[in-house]
Design a protein around this ligand. Sequence first.
Ligand SMILES: NC(=O)c1ccc[n+]([C@@H]2O[C@H](COP(=O)([O-])OP(=O)(O)OC[C@H]3O[C@@H](n4cnc5c(N)ncnc54)[C@H](OP(=O)(O)O)[C@@H]3O)[C@@H](O)[C@H]2O)c1
Length: 291
Amino acid sequence: MSDLAGTVTIVTGGTSGLGAETAALFARRGVTVVIAGRRQEEGERTAARLGPSVHFHRTDVARETQVRELVESTHDRFGRLDCLVNNAGGGGTPGPVGELDLDAFAETLAVHVLGMAAGIKYAAAPMLAQGSGSIVNVASVGGSVAGWTPMDYSVAKAGVLQLTRCAAVELGERGIRVNSVSPGPIPTGIQLKLPGTDPALAERAAASLVPLFAAGLRPWQAIPRVGDPADVAATIAWLGGPDSSFVTGQDIAVDGGIRAGRPASVSVADYAALTTLTDQLAEHVVGSERA
Ligand SMILES: NC(=O)c1ccc[n+]([C@@H]2O[C@H](COP(=O)([O-])OP(=O)(O)OC[C@H]3O[C@@H](n4cnc5c(N)ncnc54)[C@H](OP(=O)(O)O)[C@@H]3O)[C@@H](O)[C@H]2O)c1
């Protein structure tokens, strides 16, 4: 029997992508899961697909009252709350500094940072009463490394990393752990959900990103394969369960090594090219000195 069996978990942003994959893994391990998202039909369909232990609660995490309702109704219905996976969010707003849309920026912060803060605020109450609980926040490699993701998204995800540490040091003394995961690029609908794109269409088309990611990420990831939602779900489940009971306030990158540095074959070749150039320049300088 799984060591998660009989527990209760909320996964925000569980109607698709990484959240749905995480909910599926928890459900296979005997967990009662409440998935949350804004799309009623998609949410109900996903819950039905994942099985009878998965339930949908329509929630916009940017609305504090809806987050409170999500947590309280889950606790009322199932009598406990063991894990909250704060995963909901979109891809931010691309564009240069001079064209920043500050309303869109504020909305990104409202979903990714304030939505998570609300989740922690309300989940902490039943977890404190139980004396146990695990909160897992989904950040991004873009929260640590600039340039990979839009500015509003990167700033929001950097906020998620610090929110995680702040909550961890406060709640750890009272039995609640708080950690984050930082995925690298994983093919899901998020990359294709540009304004105006039907989300369901974007999610169906996500598989077509795999060959593009395989080619484009080769010079950046030490592990030469495309990341899969299951890679992220497995790390979330580990952080959510008792096997990580001495881990709190940490961020785990699930990025094939992007954050660690460029693959040695790439950086060694780049450095060799640079030293060839500097050797040539040195010869030129010495030559012109002699002339
Ligand atoms: N895929 C990647 O490469 C990657 C990399 C790093 C981090 N991440 C993070 O992983 C998380 C999940 O993304 P994904 O890749 O699985 O993309 P996805 O398939 O587009 O999933 C995003 C989920 O968030 C929900 N959502 C968005 N705004 C919401 C809101 N205001 N309230 C409630 N739910 C909301 C969406 O559901 P509704 O539309 O039904 O509301 C959907 O279930 C996000 O936080 C994202 O930033 C993804």
